[in-house]
Design a protein. Structure first.
Length: 132
């Protein structure tokens, strides 16, 4: 009986924590960020990239809950399907997936190449905060 109660409590807690993250993730997937902002964070991903999937699934929803995300929206760009130059003016080619690029008025301002785990959330937020 106690084990069932603990399991139910754990499931309810997980649901309470998951709803805001899922809502933020769904909003990103639906393109609810403001159109063509002066500042945006573009995450370049590639088909079959496991780290890209982890980044999209774990880090991006957390970033969406930050204050920085309201100022600097996040957009995904798949380099396997489209030439990366269509995303904006980059200083150099995307050679590692995932790569996060901060664009200011469509031009590269900063870059994080590779997946660094959940620390990438802090790095992304720092890029966005330093954008001013």
């Amino acid at each position: 009986m106690v084990a069932a109660h603990r399991l139910a409590l754990t499931l309810v807690t997980a649901l309470i924590l998951a709803v805001p993250i899922a809502y933020a993730w769904y909003g990103q997937r639906q393109g609810t960020a403001s159109p063509s902002p002066a500042l945006e964070l573009v995450l370049f991903e590639a088909d079959g990239c496991l780290y890209c999937d982890v980044l999209r699934r774990e880090v991006a929803p957390l970033y969406a809950t930050t204050a920085e995300a309201r100022r600097v929206p996040l957009r995904f760009f798949n380099v396997s399907r489209t030439d990366e130059s269509a995303a904006g003016r980059l200083d150099r080619a995307i050679t590692i997936a995932p790569t996060a690029v901060l664009l200011r008025d469509g031009r590269e301002s900063a870059r994080i190449a590779g997946y660094t785990g959940l620390d990438m959330l802090v790095q992304l937020a720092s890029l966005a905060a330093a954008a001013d």
